[in-house]
Design a protein around this ligand. Structure first.
Ligand code: HAM
Length: 422
């Protein structure tokens, strides 16, 4: 029969007991850390549907962006409504608060979940990928910018990311953005024939995006182009300087005037964190201020700032390790006694929530079960056969100390031993 495989660019994340460096293990660990950090910053969780009305992203991320133009997973449902697998989380969050009529209030939200973009898959770029995001709603420019960069630094520190670089920029308000775009187009138009096809298209549809073009020729041409920092206000410049002054002792942070971000909704402060260890797709998180999105989607005038972290990318950079909860492999040697053995394991699990007690369900000899326990990286094997059950004892074997003797413990002794494991 023909094999059925996963779709191109979509990963199965299967955790492994023995291979801690497995991407799935790293992603699950990263998620745990991030949830703690978000809670540490007083944020509340929000979960919105994976499927949304396609117009939501046309009106927010923008018709001219690559995400909407080329990468949407959109299709008609059985009722002929055009729907889409969300390519990002921000638009859904704003839609949800408008729908719930809480778009006049201040909120600090976090979320995590899969996103879909029909991109050409390569290292660090998938068609289904996971994002953790944060949106701070209801506050004008100022303190939330500091909160965002503080959060980025905390993520780098807690997860022990090596050599992260945080890039920040300011795009000004809508008027400044427009004026700057006009001047950029005026400068680039006579040089259009020298740009590659992609950048020529951007000149018409989304000129700002030319600034982060991957083409070397374009980058050379841009050296003499007008710079956004000559357009933004003094207070915007002061904000960038103040942020650098505050956080440069925490992580490496610099102004990058070519940082524009790929989504249309940004105004004002924008940022990205990159690492050279990631290769071509080097941004592991990005975000910025988007004060007009809520009103653009039919809601109130709600100032907002946010960011999203690409979990596949961030996870590969993580050096922090799982809190090492000890693993006890519970080996039952006779089928006949299973119910009683299960009850013993059940009672033991209640004694210490910080140890993992894994009952080996497969059949096999003691030797093969001990081999399995070692492969799973277990710290102890608890062995229970007919004889042990008869005498109300369990054999405890340490698997980490070489040449360690196995001990027979009474259930009472074991009840005393389990809570001492840490
Ligand atoms: P974004 O820059 O499009 O921003 O995505 C954020 C992060 O998601 C990227 O830095 C990258 O790490 C990851 N990412 C994006 N596309 C892929 C892909 N195809 N495969 C793997 N990882 C990917 C946003 O999505 C905005 N919603 C962020 C935001 C929130 N702005 C304000 N609030």
């Amino acid at each position: 029969m023909e094999k059925i495989n996963s779709l191109t660019g979509m990963l199965d994340l299967i955790s492994s007991k023995s291979e801690k460096s497995e991407l799935a293990n790293k992603i699950f660990l990263t998620e745990k850390y991030l949830k703690n950090i978000f809670q540490n910053y007083g944020m509340s969780e929000i979960r919105t549907p994976a499927l949304e009305d396609t117009n939501l992203f046309k009106r927010s991320v923008g018709d001219a962006s690559d995400i909407v133009n080329k990468e949407l997973y959109s299709f008609n449902d059985k009722n002929d409504k055009n729907i889409v697998l969300r390519p990002e989380g921000t638009a859904g969050v704003i839609r949800a608060i408008i729908q719930k009529k809480i778009d006049l209030e201040a909120h600090k939200f976090w979320y995590m979940g899969p996103m879909w973009r029909y991109e050409r898959p390569q290292k660090g770029r998938y068609r289904q990928f996971y994002q953790a995001g944060v949106e701070i709603l209801g506050h004008h420019e100022g303190l939330p910018e500091f909160e965002m960069i503080s959060l980025v630094c905390s993520i780098n520190q807690y997860l022990q990311i090596e050599k992260p670089l945080v890039k920040i920029n300011h795009l000004g308000d809508n008027k400044i953005k427009e004026l700057y775009c006009e001047d950029l187009v005026k400068y680039l138009s006579p040089l259009k024939s020298k740009l590659d096809e992609k950048d020529q298209n951007r000149l018409k549809k989304n000129p700002l995006r030319i600034l982060d073009s991957k083409s070397e020729t374009t980058q050379n041409i841009l050296k003499d182009a007008p710079k956004i920092n000559n357009y933004i206000s003094n207070s915007s410049k002061a904000l960038l300087d103040e942020i650098i002054k505050t956080f440069s002792s925490e992580c490496s942070i610099q102004i990058d005037s070519s940082l524009v971000r790929g989504l249309d909704y940004y105004t004002g402060f924008v940022f990205e964190a990159v690492s050279d260890d990631l290769g071509a797709q080097n941004a592991y998180l990005g975000g910025g201020r988007y004060d007009n999105l809520c009103s653009q989607l039919g809601g109130k005038n709600l100032p907002a700032i946010g960011m999203a972290i690409g979990l596949e990318r961030l996870s590969t950079l993580v050096n922090a390790e799982e809190a090492s909860n000890k693993l006890l492999s519970f080996i039952i040697l006779s089928e006949k006694i299973n119910p009683k053995a299960y009850k013993i394991a059940h009672d033991l699990r209640l004694l210490n929530e910080n140890v993992k007690i894994d009952i080996q369900l497969s059949e096999g000899s003691l030797k093969s079960k001990l081999r399995r326990a070692s492969k799973d990286n277990a710290d102890y094997a608890l062995i229970l056969g007919d004889q042990e059950l008869e005498s109300e004892t369990v054999i405890v074997k340490s698997l980490k100390e070489s040449n360690s003797e196995q001990k027979s413990m009474t259930i009472d002794e074991l009840n005393g031993f389990i809570p001492t494991i840490s």
